[in-house]
Write a protein that binds this ligand. Structure first.
Ligand SMILES: O=C(O)CCC(=O)C(=O)O
Ligand SMILES: [Fe+2]
Length: 372
């Protein structure tokens, strides 16, 4: 990022120095994390950090809502871009207003548009994506919030305290897998039990259901770790709370990652969890729900089954940012940039000399652009 004087890097835009409480970061216990598969960073954001984080998510949600409502979906040349057009009944003004207020609500999007937004970008010539109050970057703020918010961009790619925290769960080198907003609006359904594979699943030892035969105490080097930031907390009472099955990551089964995910707790306890044990204690696996206060984060290895509760209709929106990073893969196909960032935006940023050395470490692909 723009050098101020020879050898001295300018402070990145959006940086808040005292973002995290150092004592909460320092209290991390690596052996617990490897054994249980998760770590709760309770109250890790400073008061200033918490306020900035919430303000950014609220503003980004407003921008996303504006993009949904103000883009002229009916006039965009989807066919010319090799895409299907949205169903006209799903893009009436009333229907569009119904997708606002939270994440994972944009049910009108044609297949492949999300991937297109990452790879090519829904950019000009107009009509194309409109993001009121901002320069449209060809992708929804929900899908890559850092493209629209310098505080979030800095926190997710370069902030020294965040990089230290992420380094504790991922090791010295890590690459952005994806960073998404996950704001759970009142009355929304959350997500039933599921897991995710590392890359395309080529290192998973079991399929989406698995037999359970591959239980091991080894924590594999190929890991994708998700860190969820809840600047206003996430409580069981209000819903939208997060839950995991500690130790279940050691089966390395990306549960139902590629299928429908209908399972609630009872189905899980009566089904998949039956007969499965914690590799270290031998005890039957158990569900653990988190009631986290404002300013907290939760990190977890993402092939461990996890669940997000229903958000109560009378509760306010649960604000959340998902930050997923993975360890590099020496056998991955060479790529300049991580597929977790919008490729066209990364190229524009690179041309404008706006990618700092620190950010390059997490934004580049598996084959480094330069020295690492
Ligand atoms: O909304 C959340 O709290 C987490 C959603 C989830 O399943 C994930 O991040 O993988
Ligand atoms: Fe998930």
């Amino acid at each position: 990022m723009g050098q101020s004087r020879a050898g001295e890097e300018a402070v990145p835009a959006g940086r808040l120095d005292g973002l995290l409480r150092p004592e909460v970061v320092a209290a991390f216990d690596r052996s617990f994390f490897e054994r249980e598969g998760y770590w709760v960073w309770e109250g890790v954001l400073t008061e200033a950090g918490r306020r900035r984080w919430t303000a950014s998510l609220q503003r980004l949600q407003q921008m996303n809502d504006g993009a949904v409502v103000e883009t002229d979906w009916g006039s965009i040349d989807f066919a010319g871009r090799g895409l299907l057009s949205p169903d006209p009944v799903k893009i009436t003004p009333a229907a569009l207003r119904g997708y606002c207020g939270g994440s994972e609500q944009m049910k009108f999007l044609p297949p492949d548009l999300r991937t297109y937004m990452y790879q090519r970008g829904l950019l000009g010539p107009a009509p194309s994506l409109v993001v009121p109050g901002a320069q449209a970057e060809g992708i929804f703020p929900e899908y890559f919030p850092g493209a629209y918010d310098n505080f979030i961009l800095d926190a997710t790619t370069a902030h020294p305290q965040m990089m230290e925290l992420l380094g504790k769960v991922l090791g010295p080198r890590f690459i952005i897998d994806h960073v998404l907003m996950l704001n759970r609006a009142p009355g929304t359904g959350g997500r039933r039990w599921h897991g995710h594979p590392y890359l395309d699943g080529q290192y998973e030892v079991e399929d989406p259901i698995g037999t359970g035969h591959a239980l091991s105490k080894d924590f594999l080097p190929q890991q994708c770790v998700r860190t969820l930031c809840y600047p206003e907390g996430a409580s069981c009472e209000e819903g939208g709370e997060f839950a995991v099955i500690p130790g279940a990551h050691l089966y390395r089964i990306p549960y139902k990652w590629s299928t429908a995910r209908p399972d609630g707790d009872e189905a899980m306890e009566a089904g998949w969890m039956q007969g499965k044990i914690h590799a270290f204690t031998g005890a039957p696996l158990q569900i653990r729900r988190f009631d986290v206060p404002p300013g907290s984060m939760v990190s977890f290895v993402h092939h461990m089954p996890h669940h997000v509760g229903y958000r109560q209709a009378d509760a306010p929106t649960r604000w959340g940012l998902l930050m997923a990073y993975r360890t590099p893969d020496s056998r991955a196909r060479p790529s300049t940039w991580s597929s977790g960032g919008p490729q066209h935006w990364l190229e524009r940023m690179e041309k404008a000399d706006k990618i700092s050395d620190a950010a390059r470490r997490v934004l580049q692909g598996d084959v480094p652009l330069g020295a690492v």
